[in-house]
Write a protein that binds this ligand. Structure first.
Ligand code: PGA
Length: 248
C-alpha cells in the first residue's frame, strides 16, 4: 500500500549514545502530533538494536551484505539487521555505489536477501550531474531500476520503497525543483507500471532525496508522485527534521 514516508539517513554520524538520545528526543517531539506520514530513522548498524528497543520509531539500516552468512569479515547480513528490530534497509545509496563500488548486480543480491529476511528495501536511484547534462537521466534511472529490481515477483516488488536521489542534489544544497522531481517520479511510476501494472505502480511509495529540508518539503510533497523524502543533513537535528515530517 502506498504510504507517505519521511526517512532520515544519518549516514556516518552520531555516537551510539548520541543516536539513542536523538531518537528518544525525536519520539518525544512527535508524541503530541498527528502525523500524516510514517517516520523512519536510518541509523548506522551499531545503533539499530538500541534505537529499536529504546523507542517505537521505525528503524532502517543503511546497507546490508550481499551474502547470507559466513566468512565475510566486517560485513553485516540482512538477517542480522532484521534481528535488531529494524524493518527497513536503505540499499543502493549513491555513496555506496560510488565510494564502495556497489553495482546493479551486487544490489540485486542485497535486495533479495533483504526481502528473504522480511526487510523492506528503500532502494535509491538517481543520476549524476553529467548524466543530466547529457540528457541521459531517464535512461540511467530506468536501468538502475530494471537491473536491480525487475526480476522480482510483483509480490516482492510491492515491498520496495523507491528513493529518487539525484546525485547532484545530495548534500549540496542544490535541491531538484519540484517540477524536476515530479517529472522523474512520474517516469519511475510509469516504468514500474509497464513491468508490474498500474495497481502495483500506484501502490509504490516513491521518495525524493537530495537537500530536502523544512523549507522545501511542503512543495515537494505536494507533487502527485512524490510520497515523501529520504533526508540526510536535515534529519540530524530534531528541530530541522520535524518541519520536514510536517511537510505533509
Ligand atoms: P541530503 O542527503 O539530504 O543531506 O542531501 C540525502 C541522502 O543522501 O539520502
Amino acid at each position: 500500500m502506498r504510504k507517505n514516508i519521511v526517512a532520515g539517513n544519518w549516514k556516518m554520524n552520531k555516537s551510539l549514545q548520541e543516536g539513542v538520545e536523538f531518537a528518544k528526543a525525536l519520539e518525544a517531539a512527535l508524541a503530541g502530533k498527528t502525523l500524516k506520514c510514517e517516520v523512519i530513522v536510518g541509523t548506522p548498524f551499531i545503533h539499530l538494536a538500541s534505537v529499536a528497543s529504546a523507542t517505537k520509531l521505525n528503524v532502517a539500516a543503511q546497507n546490508c551484505a550481499d551474502k547470507a552468512s559466513g566468512a565475510y569479515t566486517g560485513e553485516v547480513s540482512a538477517a542480522m539487521v532484521a534481528s535488531t528490530g529494524a524493518k527497513y534497509v536503505i540499499l543502493g545509496h549513491s555513496e555506496r555505489r560510488s565510494y564502495y563500488g556497489e553495482t546493479d548486480a551486487i544490489l540485486k543480491e542485497k535486495v533479495l536477501l533483504a526481502l528473504e529476511n522480511g526487510l523492506s528495501p528503500i532502494f535509491c536511484i538517481g543520476e549524476t550531474k553529467e548524466e543530466r547534462e547529457k540528457n541521459v537521466h531517464f535512461d540511467v534511472v530506468k536501468s538502475q531500476t530494471v537491473n536491480a529490481l525487475f526480476e522480482l515477483s510483483a509480490e516482492d516488488f510491492s515491498k520496495i520503497v523507491i528513493a529518487y536521489e539525484p546525485v547532484w542534489a545530495i548534500g549540496t544544497g542544490l535541491t531538484a525543483t519540484s517540477a524536476q522531481a515530479q517529472e522523474m517520479h512520474a517516469f519511475i511510476r510509469e516504468t514500474i507500471a509497464e513491468k508490474y501494472g498500474k495497481e502495483v505502480a500506484d501502490n509504490t511509495s516513491i521518495l525524493y532525496g537530495g537537500s530536502a529540508n523544512g523549507g522545501n518539503a511542503k512543495e515537494l510533497f505536494s507533487c502527485p508522485d512524490i510520497d515523501g523524502g529520504l533526508i540526510g543533513g536535515a534529519s540530524l537535528d530534531v528541530e530541522k527534521f520535524i518541519p520536514v515530517i510536517e511537510g505533509f
